[in-house]
Design a protein around this ligand. Structure first.
Ligand code: DX5
Ligand code: ZN
Length: 222
């Protein structure tokens, strides 16, 4: 089984907010999920890519979650942060030409998929990456309610890709993470369940503990 990892999701509207959030989690994690929105693919915007590149600190592994229509136009704006980090582009904007262009950039690439998008949408690409993200809310905002139905999709990807990283994103917290982990998610992204708490370290341990417990319960009942 792939090792579980709790990953803070940073959705920021200003440089100050992004810097503050990164600073808060930096002592505890090596991986940080950065939400990037263009106001077109989703009805919300975040700090621009140029500004983001100025605020990021070196030495972390960034997972960029590109909720944008044209990731190929944004990724180069990250400069030195483009390579050595992971870029998750949405299934809903995937087409051959775009995928080819992104691959040509020599970056690590993965696929994010919305709750209502069937897995068939990525059939043609599933063997071209080992990095997936399954949205468990409709993208655009933090603090929404987890949609348990997506666990079916997590399970399907896990069956096809036993060694892939599968990230679950949206409404993840101690109450919901068990189901996602049991279905096969190993990367557990959370914003409000981490940043909404005073004790960041404890918040992350609580999510990890609930994920491990969920898996242990299933194993015991086998
Ligand atoms: C939603 C973003 C998520 C979000 C998670 O569009 O992709 O990463 O920030 O927030 P929570 O954990 O609060 O649902
Ligand atoms: Zn995200």
């Amino acid at each position: 089984m792939k090792a579980l990892e709790v990953i803070p999701a940073v959705l920021a509207k200003s440089s100050e907010e992004m810097r503050a959030k990164i600073d808060r989690v930096t002592p505890y994690v090596k991986t940080i999920h950065i939400d990037m929105m263009d106001g077109k693919f989703v009805p919300n915007t975040t700090l621009s890519t140029d500004e983001t590149a100025k605020v990021l600190v070196p030495g972390k592994y960034y997972i960029f979650h590109w909720m944008v229509e044209k990731p190929e136009e944004e990724i180069p704006k990250l400069g030195k942060f483009a390579k050595g980090n992971l870029h998750l582009v949405h299934a809903e904007v995937l087409e051959r030409e775009r995928w080819g262009m992104l691959k040509g950039m020599g970056i690590e690439l993965g696929i994010a998929i919305n709750p209502e998008t069937p897995l068939e949408r990525i059939d043609d690409y599933i063997n071209e990456t080992e990095e997936f993200l399954v949205m468990s809310v409709h993208p655009g905002f933090s603090n929404q309610k987890y949609i348990p139905d997506v666990e079916g999709k997590i399970g399907e990807i896990r069956k096809k890709k036993p060694n892939a990283n599968i990230e679950v994103d949206g409404g993840v917290g101690p109450q919901t993470v068990g189901g996602a982990a049991v279905a096969g998610a190993n990367r557990l992204a959370a914003a409000s369940a981490i940043f909404g708490k005073e004790d960041i370290e404890k918040a992350m341990l609580d999510i990890m503990g609930a994920a491990e417990e969920g898996i242990a319960d299933v194993q015991e009942n086998k």
